[in-house]
Design a protein. Sequence first.
Length: 420
Amino acid sequence: MSGSKDVIIIGAGIAGISVAYYLNKAGADVTILDKGDGRDNCSYGNAGMIVPSHIIPLASPGIIKKGLKWMLSAESPFYIRPRLSRELFDWGWKFKKASTAQHVEKSAPLLRDLLFKNRELLVELEQEEELDFDFQKNGLFMFCKTEKGLEEEAEVARKARELGIPAEVLSPAEVRNKESALDLDIIGATYFPKDAHLHPGLLMEGLKRLLTLRGVHFEYKSDVQSFVKQEGQIQKVQTADGRVFKCTDVVIATGAWTPALCRALDVKIPMQAGKGYSITLPEAPVMPQHCGIFSEAKVTMTPMNGRLRFAGTMEITGTDTSITSRKIVGLKKSVCRYLPEYKMEDLDTDDIWVGLRPISPDGLPYVGPFDEYKNVFASTGYAMMGMSLGAVCGKTVADLIMGEKTAFEDSLIDPDRYNR
Ligand SMILES: Cc1cc2nc3c(=O)[nH]c(=O)nc-3n(C[C@H](O)[C@H](O)[C@H](O)COP(=O)(O)OP(=O)(O)OC[C@H]3O[C@@H](n4cnc5c(N)ncnc54)[C@H](O)[C@@H]3O)c2cc1C
């Protein structure tokens, strides 16, 4: 160990674990603190898609109109619980301001570079560390039921090709040639051959096992609530039960709970939790080979180690993790509409999971150091793409802490971009 770096990472989701992996590799001493058991977070039951195709940030033209329409139906994939919250109002205003064509134009090349680098790092991880996380590199479909849906997806595919990302627009027969197991009720699809999918739980457990063997300390049930500051630096981190941890550097990787912790640092990170669900079938009536997204319904389908997972919905309802049963019904109905072979009862399962996506108003992550402190770094705000961005952003933060050059220091992902 170098002995010169003693880093506290707050948060044991994919964001924190990824920073830990690269810091440990670079010779730093690392302790990870998590308020829970390290599994009750957003990084386990998600859809596991690795999506270099997703170059359009959530904040984009047309999204607000769509969202308002969805709000009218209890079973739709989107809901904002109206509440008197200054933070929610402020976030909504910033989201509206960011939902422009110019923002998409500026963000897409950076997202492409980050997403492709992340895919490369996952391949490296799988090979170098011999980790098995069911990483299937066979592409992703965006399945469409309507002309309008297919037109919108074809436009995304056109933009992707413009940026050098392979993308195809397929007829139902062409889809069947690639994915013969499924009987789909669609009028077409787009296909992104460079996309992939993995088992998020296996990835997380594999990385944690590896890090434990290599001397990274995990402290669960450690709810960080305050900091000891001196001369523009954080010297110690304190937990709710009074334990104190000394450090040279701190990484904030606290997902949807980040704004609360940032209050203790006197820095602002606008963020809302986007609640989503997954249901996992131990045995599926039909097992696809590829992952896919039912485009109009915003529901995902991922085969995972012999199981089949469907995921979706976005509820902006604070950090409450209760399950809204109407949303689960809506998710199941969507599956049956795209996959007529499935009946509602085929989708009954006890394996229902809920997760909180950490969503910034401009749909871009917060990665890098804060102006206010010389030794505090953010790795958060990964929204719908934490598995697709965790490794590259984790490596970026680790490089910055170790004083190494990084390709991804960019004002678009600066954690202080809303503080200036
Ligand atoms: C339904 C659904 C499907 C998804 N599908 C995909 C997908 O296919 N592909 C993809 O790339 N992404 C997907 N995502 C997004 C992805 O899951 C998230 O972006 C990612 O898991 C966020 O990781 P994180 O480490 O930032 O947060 P988390 O995994 O939530 O981890 C944050 C951790 O911080 C801890 N913490 C918070 N506050 C404190 C504190 N004060 N003290 C100590 N610990 C604290 C928490 O306990 C938690 O363990 C999906 C999300 C959902 C909900």
